[in-house]
Write a protein that binds this ligand. Structure first.
Ligand SMILES: [Cu+2]
Length: 164
């Protein structure tokens, strides 16, 4: 009996979690059954660069381009950066004449389209970088709403190099 109750509440919990996500237009099962863990079909990531903070302890910024050659839209739900504690997806917007930054839950990547994460627009902020982080590149993993993942190397740069 107890087992049944637990099972039921787990199912309800999962259903609620799923409801919080914006449901994909098409069921993702077909694709994820074919895909390995290291690449979502049709997705390619380019121009990935991690800009280190000028001041130690401040977040870094991650910029990149995601292209989707697939037939269905993808939704970038999270990014993992090797060597960092946490990554947030953000969007910079003009609000009342000033640039403001808001956190976004996910970034849609349209079918046969692409999305650019760049300074002044959609971007990712990288928190908890080790103070002695000085790699020339680091692995980043894009995690999509359907669970597919794509990993690439991101170049590591400084603010001075990036703002030209
Ligand atoms: Cu930000």
């Amino acid at each position: 009996m107890r087992q049944t109750l637990l099972g039921t509440s787990l199912v309800i919990g999962l259903a609620m979690l799923a409801a919080c996500d914006r449901a994909p237009e098409q069921p993702p099962q077909e694709q994820s059954a074919i895909e390995g863990p290291d690449g979502r079909e049709g997705i390619s990531v380019s121009e990935a660069r991690l800009v280190l903070p000028l001041v130690e302890g401040r977040p870094g910024a991650l910029y990149l381009t995601v292209a989707n050659d697939g037939a269905s839209a993808a939704e970038l739900a999270a990014i993992y950066v090797e060597g960092a504690e946490r990554v947030e997806l953000h969007e910079s917007r003009m609000e009342g004449g000033a640039m403001a930054m808001v956190a976004v839950d996910a970034i849609p990547v349209p079918a046969a389209g692409s999305v650019v994460l760049e300074q002044g627009g959609l971007h990712a902020m990288v928190f908890g970088l080790a103070p002695d982080f000085d790699a020339e590149s680091t692995e980043i993993t894009l995690i999509f709403a359907d669970g597919d993942k794509t990993s690439v190397e991101a170049r590591v740069t400084t603010v001075a190099e990036a703002s030209n």
